[in-house]
Design a protein around this ligand. Structure first.
Ligand code: GLU
Length: 280
């Protein structure tokens, strides 16, 4: 059988302008697809309706064009809500999700363990009857999920084969109070729907891939290879963040900087003063 065509993606959330770190990430994904004669996709991850700004998606497209990248755009998350609802229904019917009405503050106050996703949910709502009408989020019962899947592995193109360690994240939210999916459920379903077989993103999302691998197994989705690249760090070793420590690509573009030249510099790992590649 011929090897399937390589499909990579860049999946920014429109909750703040893109910065150099995003440019680097998009270029890595773009170039991995290009060398393999594959496809490079842009997916706008606007599942978080309260924080997403539609004007930013347009700015993202302008930024990518300015960098000299070519892409195929696939449906934004806000257009895929029914697929999230269907998956959540399936998981609920199998007893793999439970409702939870805890607030973030309650969890912070009661959690005793911190995992890769922050405080690990102590399971307060797992055996609790929640009053009718109370807004709930739905959490995965990770113990039960892992009992179903058994041990799993996944492969990072750079770091090699990984034993799946989703338990460390605990019972994370898959369906939010205000959205039919969390990032984890939405991105996993989207990558499968978009035939992405090389999930390219920053190393800050490495731990998320353990969770995504479990979801793939539970939902019978194809298993991609991942490529977690190092991040652009500022002079204090912090990753560049939206609105924080780096001018946006839009500022650079409007300021007259040459985007293609910048892309070449990023490819050559020739970063502006104070910026380096690493893992925070
Ligand atoms: N939407 C996420 C972000 O902007 C990226 C998710 C991913 O690449 O899986 O941070």
């Amino acid at each position: 059988m011929p090897n399937p065509i390589t499909v990579t993606r860049f999946a920014p959330s429109p909750n703040g302008p893109l910065h150099l770190g995003h440019a680097y990430s998009a270029i890595v994904a773009h170039d991995l697809a290009r060398v393999a004669n594959g496809r490079f996709l842009l997916r706008i991850e606007d599942i978080d309706g309260t924080r997403s700004r539609s004007d930013l998606a347009n700015a993202f497209r302008e930024d990518l064009e300015w960098l000299g990248l070519e892409w195929e755009e696939v449906a934004a998350q806000s257009r895929r809500l029914p697929s999230y609802e269907t998956a959540a229904r399936t998981l609920k019917a199998r007893g793999l999700l439970y409702p939870c009405c805890c607030t973030r503050a309650e969890i912070t106050a009661t959690a005793t363990v911190t995992g890769p996703e922050g405080p690990v949910y102590p399971g307060t709502c797992k055996h609790r009857n929640i009053p009718e009408g109370e807004p709930v989020q739905w959490r995965i019962d990770m113990e039960r999920a892992l009992a179903e899947t058994g041990p799993l592995e996944w492969t990072d193109a750079l770091a090699g084969v990984q034993q799946c360690e989703a338990m460390a994240a605990g019972d994370i939210v898959l369906v939010r109070k205000e959205a039919p999916a969390s990032y984890h459920l939405a991105a996993t379903l989207d990558d499968a729907a978009d035939s992405v077989n090389l999930v390219t993103r920053g190393a800050d999302l490495f731990a998320a891939s353990h969770i995504h691998r479990v979801l793939q197994e539970l939902l019978g989705l194809p298993v991609p290879v991942w490529h977690h690249h190092d991040l652009l760090l500022d002079a204090s070793g912090q990753k560049l963040a939206k609105r924080k420590n780096s001018p946006s690509l839009g500022d650079r573009r409007i300021g007259g900087q040459d985007g293609r030249e910048l892309a070449e510099q990023l490819r050559a790992e020739n970063f502006p003063a104070g910026i380096s590649l690493g893992c925070p």
